[in-house]
Structures are given as structure tokens and as C-alpha cells.
Design a protein around this ligand. Sequence first.
Ligand code: ADP
Ligand code: MG
Ligand code: MG
Length: 210
Amino acid sequence: ESAAQGARLATIVALMAETAVADADFLGRLDSIAGDGDHGQGMVLGSRAAAKAAAVASDAGAGAATVLKQAGLAWAEGAGGTSGALWGRALEAVGAGLSDDAAADAATVIAAVAAGAESVAASGGAVPGDKTMVDATTPFAVALRDAGDDLPGAFATAARAATDGAEATKDLVARKGRATTHGDASLGHPDPGAISFARHMTRIAEYLAD
Ligand code: ADP
Ligand code: MG
Ligand code: MG
């Protein structure tokens, strides 16, 4: 039922907090090239707050929709920063596509996760090519919607699309966000927000494949 799916989602958000801690220094260095160096720390604060909120909701018996809504609100609040607000909205958007009453089937989960990834472009106003998270979230959402209804397989395919999109940002100059104030300093280096998104999706794909 949905409470069991909520518990599984709380586990995945906890996995995101582990990934964020492991990547924090690397992402901080990447964000210091053409940003303010806090992306690693922002991801740790946001994902930890989200993991805690998801665990509290799930322990209280909440279903999948509520677990992700609480996680999203906590992520935005805990992280501060541009990417934290976008991640928070994205988790809320995934939750809005799920239910508290019945467990969602694979096709519903895929549609909900794709909608969450698509919310990043809608919330932040960036388009692919602006050198932001959207260079990973948009190809991820497109691949996820196209990959069929096998959840682990679709997630693996979409995570590879996110990684390719994130890597390709190294050849771009930023047109959105704080990095625009650093001229072409980021040329040759990928966008931190796109890279962190791709790493989280890759880690979740590995988890789902187990
Ligand atoms: P801040 O820029 O507030 O310090 P972070 O360092 O946590 O926030 O996040 C920076 C990342 O946010 C960038 O690498 C980029 O991926 C993402 N970002 C910034 N502005 C936008 C936007 N308008 N749309 C999508 N992503 C954005
Ligand atoms: Mg920053
Ligand atoms: Mg900042």
C-alpha cells in the first residue's frame, strides 16, 4: 500500500543524503570555479533535512505523496540557495503525482518522477543550453518518459541521459544563475547543479537495480 511505498521513498531520500555527503567536497570545488562554492554544502543541508522529514512522515504512517511533500518542503528550507529551492519543488512535484491511498504502479511512478524533473525548468525559467541543472533534468525526463514501464531499466537509461547532458555543459557558458556573473570562467568545467543531479539519479538507478 502507499505507506510501504512512502517508507521506500524515505529510504531513497536517505540514500540521497549519503550521496550528497560523499560528493560535497567535489561539488564545492566545482561551484567555486564560477559560483560561490557552496553547492556541496547546500546539497548536504537540503538532502539531510529532507531525509529527516521523510523519515518522520513515514514513521507516522504517511503515504508516498505526503512523504515526498514533506521532504521537498524541508529540502528547500534546509538548503537555502537556488538549487535547494529547485530540488524542493521537484520533490513536491513527484509527490503530487503519487497518492497517499494506494501504491502507485511503475508507469505512475515514472510519470511522477518525470514531472518532478520537468518542474525544474518550469520553476527556474532556464532552458537546455543555459548551463544549469536543466541540461540534466530535461534529457532525464525525456528519456524516462520514452524508456517504457520497467522502472529500474527506465531509471538507468534516464540516468545515463542526465549524465551525458551534465557532462556536455562543460562546453557551455552560463546564461542563468550566479555563474553568469563570472563571465566565461566556467568554460571547460561542467555545471555543478547538473552534475549533482546526474550523480543522484545514477545512485538511485543502482539502488533500484539491486
Ligand atoms: P547558489 O547559486 O544559490 O549558491 P547552489 O550553489 O546550491 O546555489 O546551486 C547552483 C546551481 O543551481 C547551478 O550550478 C545551477 O545548476 C543551478 N541553477 C541556478 N540557477 C538556475 C535556474 N534558473 N534554473 C535551473 N538551475 C539553476
Ligand atoms: Mg553556489
Ligand atoms: Mg550560494
